[in-house]
Design a protein. Sequence first.
Lengths: 202, 505
Amino acid sequence: MQRSGCIHCQRDATSFMDYQKLVKDCLKHRPEAQRQLYEHYAAIMLGVCFRYTKSITDAEDVLQDGFVKVFKHLDQYRSQGELGAWIRRIMVRTALNYLKTNRKYQTDLVFDDMPLHPVSTDDPVIQLQAKELSELIRQLPTGYQTIFNLHAVEGYSHIEIAAMLGISDGTSRSQYARARALLIEWIKKLSSQAQHDHYGRT
Amino acid sequence: MIIMAEHNFERRVRQEMSDLKIDPSDAVWENVKIRIEKKKERRRLLIIFFLLGLLLLGGGYIMIYSPQSIKTSEITFNIDKEKSNDEHQATGATGNSQAQKNTDKKNNASSNTITTITPEKKIAVSEKPKHILAYNSPQDKRTNKRQFIKDDLHHKTRDGITGNIISSDDNKIKEKSPKKINEADIPVSVSVDAKIIDNNNDTTAITGSTITNELSNDSGKAPLVINADVSTDTASIAAINTKDKVVLLKANDTATVGAKTFKAKASASKNKWHIGLNLGGGISHIGTSVFSFEKLATYDYVGSNASNATNIPVRNFYNRLTPAPAPIIKSSSAYFIGLFIERELSSATALSMGINYANFAVSSLQSSGYYSYPERFSGSSNKSYRNNFNFIEIPLELKVQLGKGKKMPLYWHGGASLSSLFKSNALQYNPYAAGNYYKDNSLFNNMQLGINTGLSIQLFKLKSNPVTIGPYVYYALSALAKEGLYDRQHFLFTGLRTQLLFKRK
């Protein structure tokens, strides 16, 4: 996962030993260590869960289930990668399971085989804040939303997405292309509206 | 695996999304903590039950294989090689049955968890709220929507409201005003059930209700809005602490928000201990092993005339008696009835222990014209005799749900049981005494160790008395007797079992 800047990297490097100690303490079921681990990652993981669901309530449910799994399977974390990335993978899997099992999402989570849609070459400048962008992503139909999150944000390949969702990689590519096109259209619309409001006032 | 995005668009999206952080509500951590501790407790209970089971099996093993201290009768065969007369002596006496073993256990435990709330103490009584419940982020004048508060990685501790959340259902709820509560009416502390939220879509009500409310708008915080499931008229509420006060509504209190009225219902805590009734009926067989239920050698009955019969012991050239073949032993009907206590380990597994009375039986086909000792049978046709074996058994069983059926779940169950033979009218057979039948219960192993398994379907699962029915198989690992007619024979029971559960609310 590409990090946004050095600050995160530096922070991770200096606290590498802390993470190891934290994991060890969590494995010993120390409540304060478990709380610390949770507080360290909860906010960012809720952001991850929020992108896959349609409401903050559902996102918190996924976060809750995800952290229970994290503590349950923490012994399987082998310090081979970042702890955050490991937890993030668990959250994504938990979110996908939640979508598959929750009746509310099942009707929308349909991945019909459709003809390949060409990926748009549009590359608009994103002038939205994270919150607004996440809102737009969440406006997508659940299937598009899921595939867009998995490919564009998490960085999974279409083959991996196909395996995770039980679809063909062609369907994944096609749905992603449609989601991307839709999102770009909305971004452009919002950007032009914002510009209009700005210039209109002045 | 991470693949570099070809376009800047994907890179920017990823960058923006990595900055997205949302503070979850307090309830999330509290529920995570409860669920982690619940798993620990469940593991501990499993270990305790496993050790108890081992103890039971170990005790049974010791009892079964300890030397028999009482043997009140003996059979002696006195065959005189030199004597010309058909003289034969046998002694037998009825054995004494050992005292029966009877144990009874009762466990009653309630699993209510009550958390007393004081204004200083933080609580999390959470439901699976269907809608957003509270927000305190500053209002964005431009969009008239709540903003996310971006925070750095070391975000603040949870002393105040930390739920910075936004709902897609905002439009439905944002302008409604909650019930105003006077400070004087606020109770200092109220008992509230702390509910464990299972990973399912059910919502349950909460005893009492925990609602925070702003008594004034001076602090600048937004008022609390309650959403509820109108169809059930049940308030689904999550508890959130204000900075220095927890405002509670008492149970059964109502609040009006807009046009809707909500009522806080008392909730029933889920009881994990249940009592049940066991009933089973089927066929009991006997054999040397599970797969070889061979009948004992057949007996050739010719008639009542002893001289014509081929089934009497004959003397060979050396005037030695050859033993006559044993009678035919046939399967017979069997049944058991008892009580059990069941403890839910999870939504799909349960452990139970109980006490049963079991009656297993086999029929022996006996010839006419032969006398049994001390019983006497007569008649012109072959007679069938039902040999009853009465046991008191203590079963220990694990029940696991197969699949995720909700209405008629399918279970697999398996376990072990320790049985004590306290009464039997079974007849032994003396092959050297021209068909003598006699009773000698001392030949039996009074303690039996057995295993059982089966499948069952649960009917009326959602009612207070669900019924489970399905095929049931029991096999006695211990031999029924060490000598005599039932030497090295094991019981096998196949049939149907019904269980009626009395769920305690």
